[in-house]
Write a protein that binds this ligand. Structure first.
Ligand SMILES: *Cc1c(COP(=O)(O)O)cnc(C)c1O
Length: 499
C-alpha cells in the first residue's frame, strides 16, 4: 500500500513516510495510491467488535508496514484507559425516527478532533521509527479552535516531539481559548495571531514548505510534521467511525445489511466528510454525503456549481470551527475525481493561490454533484435548531452539530430523500455555552461570564458539563503571546530557541 502526492503522481512513498512528512515537498497532499476494498461480510462482522477492534480492522488496510499488534497497541493507547467518557467511544444516539447522531466528542478535549489526535502521536512516532528518522518532530498546528487543544493534549510530553499551536486571536470561543492557553506539558507552545484561521493555515503551510526553514531546523535536530488534516495520519483514523456508525445502525435495526445510509457532516476543512467519502469508496453503503456549512458557504456554492471562489466576505460565526474559506482536503477529492490528473490539480490550486478561485469544469462538477449534496445555514437558523431539538427531543446539541441538523432537515424537505441518515456530531455543547444557552433560553438568561453560563445551562437543561471543561474555571493562562501573521516563522524560531 503506497501513497502518492496530489501534485505529482510519480511520487511513491510508504504510509510511514507520508505520516512523518505530513505534506509533500511539491505542496501536494498525500493520498493512497489505491483504495482498499472491503466486503459486506467485513462490514457486518464489525457489529460484534469493540471500537478498538473496529479501528484495528479498518486501519490495518491502510497501514501495511505496521503489524496488527502495533496498530492494536496504538488504538488501545488512544481510546482506552478512561480517556473517553463513553465506553462506545463514538456512540450512535437515535434521537428520533429521523435523527441518528454520531457523537464524536467523548474524548479528553470534548471535540471530534480527539478521534484522530489521540492516535496520531502513536502513528507519528511509530512512523518516524520505521523510517529511522532520529530528529525531534515538531508539530506545527493552525487551529480554528478544536484542533489546537486536541493536538496539544495528544502530543503533550510525548517523547521525541514538540508542538506549537497558532490560533486566530478573535476566532475561537472563550472556552476553546482557555483550554489552549492553560495547556500543561513540557513540550508545548501556544500563540495567538492577528488574523483568521485561513491566515494561520496559510502561514503554517508556508513555514512547512520553506526549504530554508527546513534546513535551519534540520541543523538544530528538528523536523516538522503536521497534525492538521492535511496529514494522512489525521484522516485515516476518521474513516473508522463511519464504519462504526454503520455497524451501530445495523445493530439498532435502523437498516439491514447492505442498505445505504446518508451522512451529514458539519464541514470546515473538508477532512471529516472526506473520510466518509473514503469509507464509501472502500465499499461502505453510503448514498449521499451531505456537506453542511455555516454562513461561510464556499463549499455549498462549490458543490452546487463546480466553481470554488474564496473571494467573499469572511464571517465570524457561532460555529467557529467551520469558519473557513480554504478547505484544504478538497484537493484530495479533486485528485480522485479528475482521475488523478496531477497537472490539473497543480493548475487549479495555482489559480486558488493566485486568484482565490477555480472552476473544475463540467465533468468534475457533475461527479461532485452525484456524490455530494450541500447546504448552509446562518447563526439564527443554527440557534433555532438547537432550541427546537432541545424542546422537542430533549437533545442538547452544540452549534456545529446544529448546522448539520438544520441542513439535513432542509435536504430531506427539499428532496424527499428518506434514506436513513447519520448526523455527525462534532463537539460537546459546553464548548460553546454562550450560544447554546442563548438558543435554549431564547435569549432569556442571566449569566454574564463563561462559567456562569455553564452553570445556568446545567440548571436549565439538566445536562451535565464535562469535568475537563468546568475545571478550567479560575485557571490562569500559561500562554499569552499574540503575534502578527507575518511573524509566525520568527515565533516558531523563538519557541524552539533558534536565533
Ligand atoms: C474541526 C471541526 C469541524 C470541521 O471539520 P473538518 O474536518 O475541518 O471539515 C466541525 N465541527 C467541529 C466542532 C470541529 O472542531
Amino acid at each position: 500500500m503506497l501513497y502518492t502526492s496530489t501534485r505529482d503522481k510519480s511520487v511513491r512513498i510508504s504510509a510511514a513516510e507520508a505520516i512523518t512528512k505530513g505534506i509533500s515537498a511539491d505542496g501536494g497532499l498525500f493520498v493512497p495510491a489505491e483504495i482498499p476494498a472491503v466486503s459486506l461480510d467485513f462490514i457486518t462482522s464489525l457489529c460484534e467488535k469493540s471500537y478498538v477492534e473496529r479501528a484495528v480492522a479498518v486501519l490495518k488496510l491502510f497501514l501495511e508496514e505496521f503489524s496488527e499488534a502495533e496498530i492494536r497497541a496504538y488504538a488501545e493507547g488512544a481510546y482506552l484507559g478512561g480517556k473517553f467518557s463513553s465506553d462506545a467511544i463514538a456512540p450512535l444516539v437515535a434521537v428520533n425516527d429521523r435523527l441518528n447522531i454520531l457523537e464524536l466528542w467523548h474524548g479528553p478535549t470534548c471535540a471530534f478532533k480527539d478521534m484522530a489526535l489521540q492516535i496520531l502521536p502513536y502513528l507519528l512516532t511509530g512512523s518516524a521509527k520505521k523510517i529511522h528518522n532520529d530528529k525531534k518532530i515538531i508539530i506545527l498546528v493552525a487551529t480554528s479552535g478544536d484542533t489546537g487543544k486536541a493536538a496539544l493534549e495528544g502530543f503533550r510530553d510525548v517523547d521525541g516531539t514538540g508542538i506549537l499551536v497558532f490560533y486566530p486571536v478573535d476566532g475561537v470561543s472563550p472556552m476553546q481559548k482557555l483550554q489552549m492557553t492553560t495547556q500543561q506539558g513540557d513540550n508545548v507552545g501556544v500563540c495567538a495571531i492577528k488574523g483568521n484561521f485561513d491566515d494561520a493555515q496559510s502561514g503554517v503551510k508556508a513555514i512547512f514548505t520553506d526549504a530554508d526553514v527546513k534546513k535551519v531546523l534540520a541543523d538544530h535536530g528538528y523536523a516538522f510534521s503536521s497534525a492538521n488534516s492535511i496529514n494522512w495520519g489525521r484522516l485515516v483514523p476518521q474513516i473508522v467511525y463511519y464504519f462504526s456508525a454503520y455497524a451501530d445502525m445495523l445493530s439498532l435495526g435502523k437498516i439491514k445489511a447492505g442498505d445505504a445510509i446518508n451522512v451529514t457532516v458539519p464541514t470546515g476543512n473538508f477532512g471529516n466528510i472526506l473520510a466518509a467519502y473514503y469509507a464509501k469508496r472502500m465499499g461502505l453503503p453510503v448514498n449521499k454525503l451531505i456537506c453542511a456549512s455555516n454562513a461561510n458557504n464556499v463549499l455549498t456554492d462549490f458543490i452546487n456549481t463546480g466553481v470554488y471562489d474564496r473571494n467573499r466576505q469572511f464571517y465570524t460565526t457561532i460555529s467557529p470551527s467551520m469558519d473557513i474559506l480554504i478547505s484544504s482536503n478538497l484537493e484530495r477529492l479533486l485528485f480522485m475525481l479528475t482521475g488523478e490528473d496531477d497537472a490539473k490539480i497543480r493548475d487549479l490550486f495555482g489559480k486558488l493561490a493566485k486568484d482565490g478561485k477555480y472552476d473544475v469544469g463540467a465533468d468534475v462538477a457533475a461527479a461532485v454533484k452525484a456524490l455530494f449534496a450541500a447546504g448552509c445555514c446562518d447563526d439564527a437558523a443554527t440557534k433555532n435548531t438547537i432550541g427546537s431539538l432541545f424542546a422537542e427531543s430533549h437533545y442538547l446539541s452544540d452549534t456545529h452539530t446544529a448546522v448539520a441538523v438544520s441542513v439535513y432537515e432542509d435536504y430531506r424537505k427539499n428532496t424527499g430523500d428518506t434514506t436513513p441518515n447519520v448526523i455527525v456530531s462534532t463537539a460537546n455543547p459546553y464548548k460553546f455555552s454562550a450560544s447554546v444557552l442563548d438558543a435554549v433560553t431564547k435569549g432569556n438568561y442571566k449569566a454574564a461570564d463563561e462559567f456562569a453560563m455553564v452553570e445556568e445551562l446545567i440548571a436549565v437543561t439538566g445536562v451535565d458539563a464535562p469535568a475537563q471543561l468546568s475545571s478550567l474555571r479560575g485557571k490562569t493562562p500559561r500562554f499569552t503571546a499574540v503575534c502578527e501573521k507575518s511573524e509566525m516563522q520568527a515565533e516558531v524560531y523563538k519557541m524552539l530557541g533558534i536565533h
